[in-house]
Design a protein around this ligand. Structure first.
Ligand code: NAD
Ligand code: MG
Length: 390
């Protein structure tokens, strides 16, 4: 029996995870659930999954959670605040942590799960971009087992040798759908709205990652994520646009073999891999209908129209704190775009402007990276408020 802490239970990944978990009550028990501020949604999940503990990250919502759980007649203990996320990620009562919070807000709990030696199902890619060196060091020290949940990294995880060896790998190839604006030029991109950006052609996801997919920053973050998780330099991580999203990524070996993982664009597959590995369990996902699919297309990414991918490679090459700066500026830019305070093309402009203003600082402690994150948020917010980028 695996006992699971699910951080970010009310989100898109959270819902996919709970769908798979509910299919296998003989294998999985939910020990703890968390949400940001959505008390009613969290209580509804507690009614269904009866966890031992529930955390609302926003401290002001604590009383509402406690009273709501009591009113529902549940024995679930209410907790609140970011430190409670760390506590449930590290708790001895569970052996498996699903890190599905969005953004840098997930970094402390992700690291806590790694330090505590849990099986870590990692969706929160921003925490790898921010603190990848720390995360890998914690995993090595504790012997924790990480299974990437990002579909590309999960595909590569499945295509790598089971013994963990990296011998014979020439490069890895991350596929990108190209998002809703694939093939558009900069002129057409000037008028893009949040609604258009969030309408992804293949995947149904949270709003932040949907915008990241539309700008190609999602792929940029994934290149940095792959660099850490698979210990490969930037030159050996390639991106190819594949509009059907059927091949989730590939490993290219020196003998000319390319191994790919294919499937529906449905995150329940990656979550089932993470939950059951090395076994395979039913995930509610139909097989790909290859004949109906008919063809697989590939194109080079257009980094002139979508500079975010180029900026992410630049941040990775610069190293140190620059990936943290890139990530923080992106979070500010995406949030401003979703609030209609910044144009779509203002997203890469604000990130580049922020990166130009901040030097890469050495030091890979969490404190150093959080300081770089905070400074980048300040610079980006200030440039935005001044109208320096629009
Ligand atoms: P989402 O917005 O749907 O859900 C985010 C979850 O995090 C919610 O439960 C929310 O309550 C919680 N949360 C948000 N801000 C928080 C904060 N400050 N403190 C604590 N909790 C907070 O996002 P999602 O699409 O499920 O994505 C989650 C993560 O998984 C992201 O890092 C994303 O990049 C990654 N990911 C998602 C998909 C996908 O298909 N949705 C695919 C690959 C990777
Ligand atoms: Mg992905």
């Amino acid at each position: 029996m695996r006992r699971i802490a699910l951080l970010g239970a009310t989100g898109s990944i959270g819902a996919s995870a709970l769908d798979v978990i509910a299919r296998h009550p003989d294998r999985y028990v939910v020990d703890a659930l968390s949400a940001h501020a959505q008390v009613d949604a969290l209580i509804a999940l507690c009614v269904r999954f009866r966890p031992r503990r529930a955390v609302i990250a926003e401290p002001a919502r604590y009383a509402a959670l406690r009273d709501g759980l009591a009113a529902a007649g549940l024995p679930t203990e209410a907790m609140a605040g970011p430190e409670s996320l760390v506590e449930i990620a590290a708790a001895a009562e569970n052996d498996t942590v699903i890190a599905a919070i969005v953004g840098a807000a997930g970094v402390a709990s992700t690291l806590a799960a790694a330090r505590a030696g849990k099986r870590l199902l990692l969706a929160n890619k921003e925490s790898v971009v921010l603190a990848g060196e720390r995360l890998m060091a914690e995993l090595r020290a504790s012997g924790a087992h990480l299974v990437p949940i990002d579909s590309e990294h999960n595909a590569i995880f499945q295509c790598l040798p089971a013994d963990g060896s990296r011998a014979g790998i020439r490069r890895i190839v991350l596929t990108a759908s190209g998002g809703p604006f694939r093939g558009w030029d900069r002129e057409r991109l000037t008028e893009v709205t949040p609604e258009q950006a969030c309408a992804h052609p293949n995947w149904s996801m949270g709003r932040k990652i949907s915008v990241d997919s539309a700008t190609l920053m999602n792929k940029g973050l994934e290149v940095i994520e792959a660099h850490h998780l698979f210990e490969l330099p930037a030159e050996r991580i390639e991106v190819v646009v594949h509009p059907q999203s059927s091949i989730h990524s590939l490993v290219d070996y020196v003998d000319g073999s390319m191994l790919a993982q294919l499937g529906q664009p449905d995150m329940r597959t990656t979550l089932a891999v993470g939950l059951a590995w090395p076994e395979r369990i039913e995930a509610g996902v139909a097989p790909l209908d290859l004949v109906a699919l008919g063809r697989l297309d590939f194109q080079a990414p257009d980094t002139a129209a979508f500079p975010c991918l180029r900026l992410a490679y630049a941040a990775l090459q610069a190293g140190g704190s620059l990936p943290a700066v890139l990530n923080a500026a992106n979070e500010i830019a995406v949030s401003a775009f979703l609030q209609r305070r910044l144009a779509f093309l203002g997203i890469p402009a604000l990130i580049e402007d922020t990166m130009d203003r901040l030097h890469a600082l050495p030091g890979d402690t969490l404190e150093a990276r959080l300081a770089a994150d905070a400074e980048a948020r300040n610079v980006a917010s200030e440039r935005l408020a001044r109208g320096a980028v629009s």
